[in-house]
Design a protein around this ligand. Structure first.
Ligand SMILES: [Zn+2]
Length: 244
């Protein structure tokens, strides 16, 4: 990618945060009670040097967007904002793909798709910030943000540098609600699981039609090179009239 991360963070600040500084400051202050910030892609205008990396490498672009938020932290706090949800909507038309047409080439890129809720699963707690206790320091020494479905562990204690003494500490970790929803392509029987988190959970019912911005991911099960596709949601809009 030709655009450096620092440049991306600068563009986030310039396009998204600067001219609504007060409300962003408020959001950062309320975090983690507020974790979701809506961002219309219209704000980026036609700057392809921003939109292209956003579509092709959303993980890096979102990381830069969260890093840029730290400018609004007051100096006394050292909170990280890497588990904020930047709910990007209104992507350019080139990002659209039919759910049934999702293939390997779409993995880990940002896409818009439509679907019908076939099965809204139960709400379950999901770790967003995993705490790790060091057996040598006898203290929680590390917090690791958790995105998507795969649990990210950590081997090295930042305090004593020991490797292999960290263990997950469930009670000291932070959780949000998560919900896996089976979404069907509107014109076929193809279904893809979509992971909803935090404010997106509990908002849809079976039969609802959705417009979804998300990142298709592949999860491999043990021993197999063939993976299952699922979609990490970035933003969601229910197109079904709620007054039915
Ligand atoms: Zn330690």
């Amino acid at each position: 990618m030709a655009v450096r991360n620092g440049d991306l963070a600068e563009k986030w600040y310039e396009y998204v945060y600067r001219d609504r500084g007060e409300s962003v400051r408020q959001f950062v202050e309320n975090y983690p009670d507020d974790r979701s910030l809506s961002v219309s892609c219209d704000r980026f205008g036609h700057d392809y040097r921003f939109v292209r990396p956003l579509l092709a490498n959303p993980d890096e672009a979102l990381r830069a967007g969260k890093a840029a938020l730290s400018r609004f932290l007051s100096t006394e706090t050292d909170r990280e904002l890497q588990d904020v949800y930047l709910r990007i909507s209104d992507l350019p038309a080139e990002s659209e793909v039919a759910l049934a047409d999702l293939r390997a080439t779409h993995l880990n890129c940002l896409h818009t798709t439509r679907g019908v809720v076939a099965d809204a699963g139960p709400l379950q707690p999901k770790v967003v910030r995993a705490a790790f206790r060091c057996a040598k320091c006898e203290a929680v020494t590390r917090h690791v943000p958790q995105r998507g479905r795969e649990f990210r562990g950590n081997a090295k204690c930042p305090r004593c540098n020991s490797v292999g003494y960290l263990s997950f500490e469930p009670e000291a970790s932070e959780y949000v609600d998560a919900q896996e929803v089976q979404v069907r392509d509107p014109s076929s029987s193809e279904k893809v699981p979509v992971l909803l988190e935090h404010d997106l959970t509990g908002t849809v019912s079976d039969g609802d039609e959705l417009r979804l911005v998300g990142i298709p991911r592949a999860s491999r099960t043990d021993g197999s090179a063939v993976a299952d596709m699922w979609v990490e949601s970035v933003s969601m809009e229910c197109l079904t009239d709620s007054n039915r």
